[in-house]
Structure formats: structure tokens, C-alpha cells
Design a protein around this ligand. Structure first.
Ligand code: ADP
Ligand code: ZN
Length: 676
């Protein structure tokens, strides 16, 4: 059985496991039933793909979306793994190819769409081809309460029993209920070995900003990230269209996406996003699970998301390759009003108000945002150094008096007015509306002159965010006090607020992916990648993800051996692309390596091969240069370098030398092997 760590580097080109992967791979290899919960981008696929290559037989992967399956099959083929998919999206030729590979026993990983499980033919097919492991991607689709429910997933448990093989389930959704449902439905109630990886995604920068001039804010955000793939989530279909248009006018390549578009139009956007480097998609949350693009460099929210869970899922689409990625969420009082009123019209509003409060707490956080986010998921952490609040701590002040004044203005006007009118009263602005209602006679009139209007705006927004006041839809959004505000009003509790975040909003400093001196090389490598990807009609990241190009630009490999040590450069990709990228780096044609030698690139055996080869040249005409010329085949040299025999007998057993060559080279080769 091949060693997983060997295949990790030779096939996938990774030098180490990501946190959590190794234990999962070991458990799956050992034939245990496993459930792995890892954040998006944690590297779940590898946890079933690697065992699939080490184990005998075929691994069957069940995955909910045809597009995801196709992407994974394509990525596997690019690293030289025999994989195929049976889905309704196949052409006849593709399906025939899969069956041919199965019949010849070549196929190692077979993706099947869940619909296929409904047909009896599938079970007999899986029996016939010798399926030895079932992997279930997005296992939460088996949960009837989640929004990704797929009825066909309910058949997986039955399939597992019928085939009697181990099952490995993967998901990024970790809540208790979903986990319990997975155990019941996929594992027949018998608890699998469960792995729960922490939620943190340290490469994602977190930031929130109050909406000021939202469109301009987003345009400038995109402008500083020109050429990088990004997603902007917006709350309405109309907004996705107008924003995409504004971006296009700003010279960006941008398009919109929402559920109101025709299916094939949506598919076109998905494909473009997948293929192009640097496209911006402005979308509603409908743009989601079907995207499996590891090099999305940023995600922005034009409007406040629905909950912490949706926020986390949506920003989580950025930076799955592990390279730095940026996120920004805009929010304002309008968002709070909108979300609150949506909730009031829904069933179980109390619970949902509480969830919204958690998100608003994150938006108005007064310490490291990641700490607040992780605490929501029950994890503790140190300040992260990679969020807006770590970079520029919030300016805080004791807001107790301000809040009490605001509450008093609200109560004295009968809870019938919105923030605008209340701020006029507090700042002593005698507008006609204020005068008509006699509000200039109230004791609170002008009681808040110590703060500017925008500062009062921030106070009211934070009061809404902390659920001290709620807009009442039946009173056209007039603010009403909640029970949570009483202790402050009565002077039993103090409250700390953030100073108006608009005035001291940090100008976002865009961290470049690489240091200045490496930037030109990175662009040149990207250009090479684009040419190669276009020629083959595949997405750029199939050639190499950003992360690999960044490492190339920083480490600047000078030989194919060094190239083989870059993360993401496995044997197959070294052969396909190594020389092309090396010549970009060195500015010269790469000295070609013999294919047998290339197979050893980046490994110690490569250096041994080179020394054997040198010895062979030296002795080609014997010690004194007088004998009949003799040489060994490169295949033989490679085999010797790989198997490293330590005695003459063992050297002979490698084969390919014969008595004459043993006489000429045997002792010299052994000397090389002993020293190395
Ligand atoms: P998930 O399905 O958990 O969201 P993927 O399986 O798509 O994540 O992996 C995300 C990215 O991380 C992919 O580009 C993958 O190639 C890369 N990756 C996975 N494991 C490793 C590793 N050990 N070292 C480096 N990159 C990895
Ligand atoms: Zn932080």
C-alpha cells in the first residue's frame, strides 16, 4: 500500500498536511466510519482522495452538485489521477469513457450524483466494480431541516449497508442537530469516528464598515483590488444589476447573478467566474454552493447578511487556497430596520431576533472581530492581528448618558418617531416638524448638543444594534424601547459605545499578495498561467492556484528539482508545466531533464541519480578510458536511485545491468549509494 505522505507530495505536490487532515486520512485508510467537520477551504477533498489512492478498489464519492463533481474530476485528472463522474450532465462519450476505465480497472475515484442512487442498477454497478469506500461530500444535505436538503441523500445509508463498506462523511456545517441527523441517517445511528476542526480561517481578513456612500465605498474597495477575483453580495436582485453596471463602467470586468435569471444564463456566469482571473460577480445569496473556486481573493457584503452563520459561510468562499484574502461587510441602520421587519413577519421571531443581535454584536464589536466571531462558535482565541479592529482599535466612550438622553427623547415623544426627528430634538434643531408638535418645549430639546448629528446617528445605530430600541413596522419604523434598555434608563447599568466609526474609518490598506520586489514576477507567472489555461480551456487554478504562483515568486526556484518542492507542484504538474514556469522565473529556456530523471525531481533520489549518471560517464570507457564503451539505461539508473541497494547482489537484483556492466560500474555505484 503506498504511503499517504509520499502521495501527498508526489501526486498533489503538498509538503505537509493541513491541520486535522492527517488524522482523518489515517482513520479513513484504516477503514473506519468517519465524520469530518471542517471549515470551507480546510481541505476536505484531500481527506477522501488520498485514501482512495492508497486503498485497493474504487472509491465512490457522492456529491450534491454536478458542477462541483466536474471541477473535482478535472482537478484530479490534472494531477494524473484516474477519476470520472456519472451524472446527467455527461455527454455520451464521457459516460463511455468512465465505463471503459472501470472495466479496465483503471478508475480509482468515481463521482456519482445522488439521483443515481434511486436506480437499482447503481447498486449492482458498484458491486461489480469493487467499490471499497463511500465518501459523502456536503453530508449536511441529508438533514431535512437544513436549506440544502437532498432527498436522494437519504438513500446513502441503505447503500452503505448493502455494500458493507466504510463510509466517510464530510461537511462544514457543525451544529449539533445536523450532526445528529448525519449519524442517524448515514451511519444507522452508530456513531462514527468524528473529527471537528476549529472554525478559524486565519488567512481571511475581517472588516466591517458603516455605510456612508455605499456605492462609492464598494467601487473604491474594488478599485484597490483590480484584477483579483471577488464576489459582492447584495440584498436585492435590482441592486446586483446596478452595482455590476457601475463596476463595469469603472473599468472592471463584472457581472451580476441572481435566482431570477434563466438557468443557462446563471450557468454562463458560473463558468466565466470559474475560468476567468479577476472577474467580479455581484450576486444575491443564490450564488453559493455551486462555486468551487479556490482563488477568490475577496468577498464584500453590500448589505448586512442574515445571520452570523450566513456571514461566515459567505466570506468563507474567499481564500480557500490558503493565500491571504480580504472581506468587507457594509451595514447601516437601514439594514437593521429591514432585517428586523423581515423577522417580525416570520414564525419564531424571538429566536431570530437573538440571532440577528449576535451578528450586530459582531458588526459593532469593540475588540478583535475574530475573537467575537469565534466566541459565537464556542471557540476562544488570541487577538488575531488580521482584522480591522486589531489594526485600528475602536475608539470607545462611556455612552450611558447619551443613551439615556436618547431613550428619554423616545419616551417623551410617545415612541412615535424615527431617529432623524429624535436627533433634531436632541441637537436642538427646531425644524417645522419639531415646532408643530411642540417638541421644542420638551426638557430633552437641545439636551444633546455635546454630540454632532452624525455622532448621534452612530449612537442610535448602536442602540438598534444592541437591541435597546427596535423599529416598529406598524408605526412606520418608529423606534420603541425594549426591555433590554430599562436598566440603562434607570441608571442601573452603564454602556460603552464606539465613537462614530465613519470619521475615523481606517483607510483600508490593501496588503499585497507578495512583497513589492516579487510583484512583477508574480504578474509574469500569472500571464503564463492564463496562456496555458486558455490553450487548454480550463480555469486558471487548474493549472496552478494563486498560492503556488506566490510561492514561486517568493522562492524563485532555479531548477526543476527546486520547482518540484513548491507547494502544489506534484509529479504530473511538474511534467506538464514545470519547464514553462521555470523559464519565466530564470528568464532562460529550462535545461530539459530526461523523463526518467524528472520523475525523481525534488527528491533525494534525484541527486543520487545525478551522481550515478556522472559515475557512469566517467567509467564509460573504463577506469583508464581504454575499454569498449558501455552505458546503462536511464530507467535502470532511476530504479537504482529509488531502491538504493546496499550490496552487489542487491544491485544485481534491481535488474538491467548484466555481468559486463556489473563489472564496470558495480563497485562505483555502491560507493555512490553508500555515501548518499
Ligand atoms: P474544502 O472542500 O474543505 O472547502 P478543498 O478540499 O476544496 O476544501 O481544499 C481547498 C484548497 O486547499 C484546494 O485548493 C486544495 O488543493 C488545497 N489544499 C488541500 N490540502 C492541502 C495541503 N495539505 N496543503 C496545501 N494545500 C492544500
Ligand atoms: Zn483581530
Amino acid at each position: 500500500m503506498p504511503e499517504p505522505t509520499d502521495l501527498l507530495s508526489s501526486v498533489f505536490g503538498f509538503s505537509a498536511f493541513r491541520p486535522g487532515q492527517e488524522e482523518i486520512v489515517e482513520a479513513v485508510l484504516a477503514g473506519r466510519n468517519t465524520l469530518a467537520i471542517m471549515p470551507t477551504g480546510g481541505g476536505k477533498s484531500l481527506c477522501f482522495q488520498l485514501p482512495a489512492l492508497c486503498r485497493p478498489g474504487v472509491t465512490v464519492v457522492i456529491s450534491p452538485l454536478i458542477a462541483l463533481m466536474r471541477d473535482q474530476v478535472r482537478a484530479l485528472r490534472a494531477v494524473g489521477v484516474e477519476a470520472g463522474a456519472l451524472t446527467s450532465g455527461n455527454t455520451e462519450g464521457e459516460t463511455e469513457g468512465v465505463f471503459a476505465a472501470l472495466d479496465e480497472g483503471r478508475l480509482r475515484i468515481l463521482y456519482i450524483a445522488p439521483e443515481r442512487l434511486a436506480s437499482g442498477a447503481t447498486l449492482s454497478l458498484l458491486r461489480r466494480i469493487g467499490c471499497t469506500l463511500i465518501a459523502v461530500d456536503e453530508a449536511h444535505c441529508v438533514s431535512q431541516w437544513g436549506h440544502d436538503f437532498r432527498p436522494d441523500y437519504l438513500r446513502i445509508g441503505e447503500l452503505r449497508r448493502a455494500l458493507d463498506v466504510p463510509l466517510a462523511a464530510f461537511t462544514a456545517t457543525a451544529d449539533e442537530e445536523t450532526r445528529a441527523e448525519i449519524v442517524t441517517r448515514l451511519f444507522g445511528g452508530e456513531a462514527p469516528l468524528t473529527f471537528l476542526r476549529g472554525f478559524d480561517r486565519p488567512n481571511l481578513r475581517l472588516a466591517f464598515a458603516v455605510k456612508d456612500t455605499p456605492r462609492a465605498q464598494l467601487l473604491s474597495y474594488a478599485a484597490t483590488r483590480r484584477g483579483q477575483s471577488g464576489i459582492i453580495y447584495a440584498a436585492t436582485r435590482a441592486k446586483t444589476e446596478t452595482l455590476a453596471q457601475a463596476l463595469a463602467q469603472g473599468g472592471h470586468s463584472a457581472c451580476h447573478y441572481h435566482a431570477g435569471m434563466e438557468a443557462d444564463e446563471r450557468r454562463r456566469v458560473e463558468v466565466r467566474f470559474q475560468q476567468e482571473d479577476g472577474l467580479i460577480v455581484v450576486a444575491t445569496v443564490a450564488f453559493g454552493m455551486g462555486i468551487d473556486k479556490p482563488d477568490i481573493r475577496w468577498v464584500a457584503h453590500a448589505d448586512l447578511p442574515k445571520s452570523v452563520e450566513s456571514y461566515y459561510q459567505e466570506i468563507g468562499r474567499a481564500g480557500r487556497d490558503g493565500a491571504p484574502a480580504d472581506t468587507l461587510t457594509l451595514y447601516g441602520p437601514e439594514d437593521i430596520r429591514l432585517r428586523r421587519s423581515q423577522i417580525d413577519e416570520s414564525p419564531a421571531p424571538a429566536d431570530r431576533h437573538a440571532r440577528l443581535n449576535a451578528l450586530l454584536g459582531l458588526a459593532e464589536a469593540t475588540r478583535c472581530r475574530r475573537q467575537v466571531l469565534l466566541a459565537y462558535f464556542g471557540e476562544t482565541s488570541d487577538p488575531c492581528g488580521n482584522c480591522d479592529l486589531c489594526e485600528q482599535p475602536a475608539a470607545l466612550f462611556d455612552g450611558t448618558q447619551a443613551v439615556r438622553k436618547a431613550l428619554s427623547a423616545i419616551l417623551r415623544t410617545g415612541e412615535w418617531f424615527g431617529a432623524g426627528h429624535l436627533i433634531d430634538i436632541l441637537t436642538g434643531t427646531a425644524t417645522p416638524k419639531v415646532r408643530e408638535r411642540g417638541h421644542d418645549q420638551l426638557p430633552t430639546f437641545a439636551a444633546g448638543r455635546d454630540l454632532t448629528k452624525p455622532a448621534w446617528g452612530a449612537v442610535f445605530r448602536q442602540m438598534m444594534g444592541r437591541d435597546l430600541v427596535r423599529p416598529d413596522p406598524e408605526r412606520h419604523g418608529a423606534l420603541r424601547m425594549t426591555d433590554a434598555a430599562r436598566p440603562i434608563l434607570r441608571g442601573e447599568q452603564t454602556i460603552t459605545l464606539r465613537r462614530d466609526t465613519l470619521q475615523d474609518a481606517p483607510r483600508t490598506v490593501v496588503k499585497a499578495l507578495v512583497a513589492d520586489e516579487d510583484a512583477p514576477l508574480l504578474s509574469a507567472l500569472k500571464a503564463k498561467r492564463r496562456t496555458l489555461a486558455e490553450a487548454q480551456g480550463v480555469p486558471a487554478y487548474i493549472v496552478f492556484p494563486d498560492r503556488t504562483l506566490i510561492e514561486m515568486a517568493e522562492r524563485r526556484p532555479a531548477t526543476l528539482d527546486q520547482m518540484a518542492q513548491i507547494t502544489g507542484v506534484g509529479a504530473k504538474k511538474l511534467e506538464s508545466y514545470g519547464a514553462a514556469f521555470l523559464s519565466v522565473i530564470t528568464g532562460a529556456e529550462a535545461a530539459p531533464l530526461h523523463p526518467q530523471r524528472l520523475r525523481l525531481a525534488g527528491r533525494e533520489a534525484g541527486a543520487v541519480f545525478d551522481r550515478l549518471h556522472a559515475e557512469q560517464l566517467r567509467l564509460a570507457r573504463g577506469e583508464h578510458g581504454t575499454e569498449k564503451p558501455l552505458s546503462c539505461s536511464t530507467t535502470t539508473l532511476r530504479k537504482i536511485a529509488e531502491s538504493r541497494p546496499s550490496t552487489l547482489a542487491a544491485l544485481e537484483d534491481v535488474g538491467g545491468l548484466g555481468p559486463q556492466r556489473m563489472d564496470r560500474f558495480g563497485a562505483a555505484f555502491l560507493a555512490v549509494l553508500r555515501e548518499g
